[in-house]
Structures are given as structure tokens and as C-alpha cells.
Ligand binder design. Structure first.
Ligand code: NAD
Length: 233
């Protein structure tokens, strides 16, 4: 029987998930929730199901929800679904505050439901090969992990958009949390290790957005001894 899914947040990435879910015979989109009614209705018309004014109006009919909103709204939806015994897929980053992410993870463990964060880079062939090579010992001991990310998704295909949640410090916290979450996840996953100390420097160079960090240099020491540098701009 197909897993019944509600999609919360029907913007850019929801289109990708929608296409994948429609093709998956084990899943069925039964509806969409969004604060933007026109987007939500168009999404439901294209990918299936109905549009709902709130999650509470459809939660009893579903097995799982996809939370594809800006990260600052993740916790409220995830917790509502988990408490109702539903599985939750959240886009990255899971949250904008560590406490929110921890609350989601602990609630899912307590309730015995699955909570997954969409770190899709883990499914890229190249990163998978790198992880296998590191695990095989072929490279010997990894003393240093080095990661560069250039070009940020700031809501405008490379252009910084002033009216997008990605540049709103209250909603997202800028590039450090929005883009670097991919690199931090890959580092932990490939090295099979956890950070013990982190230090870094963050720049805000957009005059009209003094609180928006668009460049970061981060130095991390991992538990097993590897040092890591993430340079993102
Ligand atoms: N894994 C990846 O490679 C990848 C790629 C793109 C985006 N993302 C992540 O997906 C998330 C969404 O990004 P996007 O590009 O789709 O953004 P977007 O702005 O295109 O879409 C966000 C949607 O959420 C809706 N929304 C906003 N506040 C809401 C609320 N309180 N309740 C319900 N809906 C609300 C908006 O109306 C909009 O339709 C972000 O966390 C982003 O980091 C991940």
C-alpha cells in the first residue's frame, strides 16, 4: 500500500520532491499545505491531492509529511506531525537553532517514528565513492579534510535577492546555515566522525543586508583527530 504524504511548503524544492513522489509507486501525495494559497493549489493540481488551510486539517489521513518550508518553520510542523505518530521528512537544514533540531530528533525517538533530514548530497555517486574509499583505508589515515563551496543559493540563481527568506536573518541566518549544512553533513558522513571544536570567521559584504553572512571560513577539529577546513563564499 502506498505511503500517504502531505507536502508542507510548495516552493522550488517541493517541485523536485513532487516529481519524484509521483513516480514512486510506493508513495501518494494526498495534499499540500502552504501559506501561499495560490502556490499550494497549483501544486496540488499538478502533483495530486487537495490543498489544505492547515496541517491539522489533514494529518489524520496521512502516514508521513514532507516539511519543505524555509527552515525556521520546520519545528512547528515536524512536532505536530510526530506527536500525531506520523513520519517526517525535513529538508536541510533541519532547523536554525540547535535546540529546535534536538527537539525534533528527541520527539521522533520517543514516539518511535522516522524523522529524516534531506541531505541529498549523500546520494551522489562521487561522494559515496569517496566515503567508501576513506572507509576502506586506501587513503591511510585522513589528517585533513578540505571543502570549498563557491556560489550560494541566495534566492535568485546566484543573485542576492533582498526579498527572499534566504537573505532574511530572522528566518534563515544566511549562508552559514543554509549552504554549509551540506558540507558539514558530508564531512561527518564521509569521515564517520564528529566535530569537537569549531572556529570560524563569517563575512557580511552585502551593504543592504548587514546581517546576512555570505562568506565563511571554518576550521574544525574532529574527534578522531582529523582537521577540516570549509571555505564557502
Ligand atoms: N537539498 C537541497 O539540495 C535543497 C535545494 C533547494 C532547497 N532546499 C531546502 O528546501 C527548503 C525550501 O527551499 P525552497 O528553495 O523550496 O524555498 P521556496 O522559497 O522556493 O519555497 C518555500 C515555500 O514554503 C512556503 N512557506 C513559507 N512559510 C511557510 C509556513 N510558515 N508554512 C507553510 N509554508 C510556508 C512558501 O510560501 C514557499 O512556497 C529550504 O530549507 C532549503 O534549504 C534544499
Amino acid at each position: 500500500m502506498a505511503i500517504k504524504v502531505i507536502v508542507v511548503g510548495t516552493g522550488g524544492i517541493a517541485r523536485r520532491h513532487g516529481e519524484a513522489l509521483v513516480e514512486n509507486e510506493n508513495a501518494e501525495i494526498i495534499g499540500a499545505v502552504d501559506v501561499d494559497a495560490a502556490k499550494m493549489e497549483a501544486y496540488a493540481a499538478k502533483h495530486g491531492g487537495k490543498s489544505y488551510a492547515s496541517l491539522s486539517k489533514c494529518l489524520s489521513d496521512v502516514d508521513a509529511i514532507y516539511v519543505l518550508t524555509p527552515p525556521s518553520f520546520r519545528r512547528q510542523y515536524a512536532i505536530e506531525a510526530i506527536e500525531a505518530g506520523k513520519h517526517v521528512f525535513c529538508e536541510k537544514p533541519l532547523a536554525i537553532e540547535p535546540e529546535d533540531g534536538k527537539t525534533i530528533a528527541e520527539a521522533a525517538q520517543k514516539k518511535g517514528v522516522i524523522a529524516m533530514t534531506g541531505f541529498n548530497q549523500r546520494y551522489r555517486t562521487g561522494y559515496g565513492r569517496l566515503k567508501d574509499i576513506v572507509a576502506s583505508g586506501e587513503l591511510g589515515e585522513v589528517y585533513h579534510f578540505w571543502c570549498h563551496r563557491f556560489g550560494m543559493g541566495a534566492g535568485g540563481n546566484g543573485q542576492v535577492r533582498l526579498d527572499n527568506w534566504r537573505t532574511n536573518a530572522d528566518l534563515c541566518c544566511g549562508m552559514t546555515i543554509e549552504s554549509l549544512s551540506h558540507d558539514i553533513d558530508l564531512m561527518r558522513w564521509i569521515l564517520d566522525d564528529e566535530a569537537v571544536t569549531v572556529t570560524g570567521y563569517v563575512h557580511s559584504t552585502v551593504v543592504d543586508l548587514p546581517d546576512f553572512d555570505n562568506s565563511a571560513q571554518v576550521l574544525i577539529k574532529m574527534k578522531k583527530g582529523t582537521s577540516a577546513v570549509i571555505n564557502a563564499s
